[in-house]
Design a protein around this ligand. Structure first.
Ligand SMILES: [Zn+2]
Length: 367
């Protein structure tokens, strides 16, 4: 970590997380709970892989017509979404297996099938985002200045007053940006947010190079041997834009809404916060009673539980949520959730609008 990052520290204890951890441990130790959760997690990987591979094989070798081809592209989008939320995310957090190397191996699906480096993702997501959630300048996900403003501590700019509209096309490009240059740029900078990112070496370097080559081969080179370049380009960009929009929106609905709090580095230096409380109050769940969405999003609609227990398979989150909610009420921690997707999207829209107008001169604000 850089000097700036080392100066930010949280209190890792507190009665809230101690009680919650104890109850979660009791729940996991009951009967076959752990095994059941693991089986429900593992079963998703072959489904995601089969969907992706079968869609790709039909597209490449069976020359489908105008009806089946879009269905195959939809299959690729669904497969990639499942791999992103239900396979690589758990694996790169270390929730898949006990052994780190096996987690990294499954996590390499990020490189091979999604096109960006799992090695860089582990710093961007596990360190920068999970440790410093919604801390301006430290959480890479909360910092898109000068394109958009998510946190009140970020400076006002006139164009942000339209951000609640132009943010959506921006989300569609985030995945493509990270695929093409984002991870390589982070390697060059040597950091993500304020968290250090060492240049990959050995197996990690091999993973980055072979992963990029593998992705380029199946997503670009082989399709170019079968289809004209403009179809490949259109399909690649379309696929990238839709998957990116789904991924960015899912994370934003959990952290960039009216109910989520934000902090600046100065806020954290001014008062030593309890990390677990900070995580709950900077995060918001959505659609907790929608089992289909919960399955598809790999439990990321239960982001509060995910942030408190990132190394526990996401298949346990709905049960863990009951424990977390009870302990939040007991210890006076603010726990927020949106009952529907519509409510969560509305809150995200309103938060962007508020941030866009905050601090602008009155005449611009009125105009
Ligand atoms: Zn995570």
């Amino acid at each position: 970590m850089t000097a700036a990052a080392t100066k930010l520290a949280f209190d890792n204890g507190g009665a809230f997380i101690q009680d919650t951890r104890r109850e979660v441990e009791q729940y996991l130790s009951r009967g076959r709970t752990r095994i059941k959760g693991a089986v429900l997690l593992y079963v998703k990987a072959p489904i995601a892989l089969a969907l992706t591979v079968s869609s790709w094989v039909v597209l490449m070798f069976l020359h489908p017509g105008v009806i089946v081809a879009p269905l195959c592209l939809l299959g690729l989008v669904l497969g990639a979404t499942l791999i992103a939320f239900c396979v690589q995310h758990d694996a790169n957090h270390g929730a898949y297996f006990r052994q780190r190397r096996y987690n990294h191996l499954v996590g390499w699906s990020t490189d091979a099938l999604l096109g960006f480096s799992s090695y860089a993702w582990r710093v961007k997501h596990n360190v920068a985002h999970h440790t410093y959630t919604n801390v301006d300048g430290f959480d890479d996900d909360a910092t898109q200045v000068p394109l958009a403003r998510f946190a009140p501590s970020q400076p006002a700019r006139p164009w942000y007053r339209f951000q609640q509209y132009y943010i959506w096309p921006m989300y569609t490009l985030m995945g493509l940006r990270w695929q093409v240059a984002g991870d390589l740029a982070a390697f060059r900078r040597g950091r993500v947010g304020e968290s250090a990112l060492r240049a990959p070496r050995g197996w990690n370097l091999a993973g980055v190079i072979v992963g990029k080559a593998f992705f380029v081969a199946w997503a670009i080179v082989v399709p170019l041997l079968v289809y004209p370049w403009w179809i490949v380009l259109g399909a690649y960009i379309g696929f990238g834009m839709i998957t990116s929009l789904i991924m960015a929106t899912t994370f934003q609905l959990a952290h960039c809404v009216e109910e989520a709090s934000f902090a600046s580095a100065d806020d954290l230096r001014g008062e030593r916060r309890i990390w677990a409380v900070h995580e709950v109050e900077t995060t918001v769940d959505f659609c907790p009673r929608n089992p289909v969405l919960t399955w598809m999003l790999g439990g990321l609609n239960f982001q509060i539980e995910h942030h408190l227990f990132p190394r526990i398979p996401h298949t346990h989150y709905p049960k863990i949520a009951e424990i977390v909610r009870r302990n939040c009420a007991k210890h006076g921690v603010r726990y927020s959730f949106h009952p529907s997707l519509g409510r969560a999207l509305r809150s995200h829209f309103l938060h962007l609008r508020t941030m866009g107008q905050l601090g602008l001169p009155a005449e611009i604000e009125m105009g």
